[in-house]
Write a protein that binds this ligand. Structure first.
Ligand SMILES: [Zn+2]
Length: 223
């Protein structure tokens, strides 16, 4: 069976691609990052999702002591999505996050002979991060072709972004068909017992379920 690394955050998008990777004939190895997020809840949920999917997982503890993001610095306020202007990059942007995560993932891939890395990046209902755009992933694949042993040997590692052009509602519809356990996923930038309902991540998730006319199973589970 083909091996793949799946970047799993515990959120809705990455849970969806984990189940998607399985339907594409891959044996997924989940890579979860503990990078100093505001809370540990999403990491705990990521472990539950990996176990539910019967996939192995690795939690990588890394540190970005220079921070530079509201997701890492609790003293910075989380932005309210309704106040965004088009083309703004919000303060929840983490400097170079996807470059860092993907670099660990391709190292893991080469070491175990995996041929692909799945990442749940999305360029439609997303937060304006430059490292979630198709252009970035295409350019990054070129880097891998030049800078890795597998690239030089003409067996380049693919970066697969199945959600890149989907709306949040389309992602959820896809996940429901794949039987993704959305009650186990956590999207809120804040920890706590219930999602805050106000941060950009909660807003996008809510919009997706509302568009489909269904109640978020996470909220059902909490009632
Ligand atoms: Zn929230």
């Amino acid at each position: 069976m083909k091996k793949a690394i799946v970047l799993l955050s515990g959120g809705l998008d990455s849970a969806t691609i984990l189940y998607y990777a399985k339907t594409q004939g891959f044996d997924p190895y989940c890579l979860v990052f503990d990078y100093g997020q505001r809370h540990n809840k999403e990491i705990e949920q990521a472990k539950k999702i990996a176990k539910n999917a019967k996939c192995s997982f690795e939690v990588m503890k890394i540190s970005l002591p220079w921070q530079g993001s509201a997701l890492l610095n609790k003293k910075m306020p989380l932005p309210n999505r309704k106040l965004f202007k088009a083309n703004d990059i919000p303060s929840t942007y983490v400097p170079a996050r996807n470059i860092i995560f993907l670099s660990f993932a391709v190292s893991f891939s080469e070491a175990i002979g995996a041929s692909a890395v799945f990442i749940g990046a999305n360029a439609i209902d997303y937060s304006g991060y430059p490292d979630c755009r198709p252009d970035f992933f295409k350019a990054y694949e070129k880097v891998l072709a030049k800078g890795l042993k597998s690239g030089i040997q003409k067996k380049p590692i693919k970066i697969i972004t199945p959600l890149i052009d989907k709306t949040k509602a389309q992602i959820i519809a896809m996940g429901l068909e794949l039987k993704v356990p959305y009650h186990l996923t956590w999207s809120c930038y804040r920890g706590g017992a219930r999602p805050c309902g106000k941060c950009e991540s909660c807003s996008l998730r809510q919009k997706g379920f509302d568009t489909l006319g269904i109640v978020d199973p996470l909220l059902l589970n909490l009632n």
